[in-house]
Design a protein around this ligand. Structure first.
Ligand SMILES: [Zn+2]
Length: 154
């Protein structure tokens, strides 16, 4: 329901109320008890209708607030794990730098994947940080105990 249609409904009820008030004033001098009873019933029902319209108005406002909240939440970028890194994605935009978004609320799209030292990395051109989707090789190839990446060499 739009705000205009709610306003129209409220105004219609108010008009009907004031018209009925006029009739009720007139009927006070009337001896027709049956007519007076009908008018009284009509008045009660119109009051109930007015309350219903007010309830609908409140419900409508609450729904609008909820819609706005949902829209706000929907717009937040999503943190997703890519390989061994975490990137933010906002719809089609991404991957974006996690630290830049969390510290400053800035969504910076990272560079294309780049092979580097056996790993795959991307760079944030804003904070100049590198992020490894696939970790690069250990800096000391001859080291590496059991279970290290260079086990096959020994
Ligand atoms: Zn950054």
């Amino acid at each position: 329901m739009s705000l205009t249609s709610i306003n129209a409904a409220v105004q219609l009820v108010e008009k009907a109320m004031s018209a009925l008030n006029g009739i009720r004033e007139r009927s006070r001098s009337s001896q027709d008890t049956e007519l007076n009873a009908h008018i009284s019933t009509l008045y009660d029902e119109l009051l109930a209708l007015k309350e219903a319209v007010i309830r609908l108005t409140e419900e409508n406002e609450e729904l609008r607030r909820e819609l706005r909240r949902t829209a706000d939440e929907k717009h937040k970028p999503e943190l997703k794990r890519v390989g061994s890194a975490n990137f933010y994605f906002d719809g089609d935009k991404g991957p974006c730098c996690q630290p830049c978004y969390e510290a400053n609320g800035i969504l910076t799209v990272l560079t294309e994947q780049e092979e580097w030292n056996g790993g795959i990395r991307r760079q944030c051109l804003h904070c100049k940080e590198y992020f490894y989707e696939k970790p690069k090789n250990r800096p000391n190839p001859s080291g590496g105990g059991p279970g290290g990446p260079n086990r096959w060499m020994g």
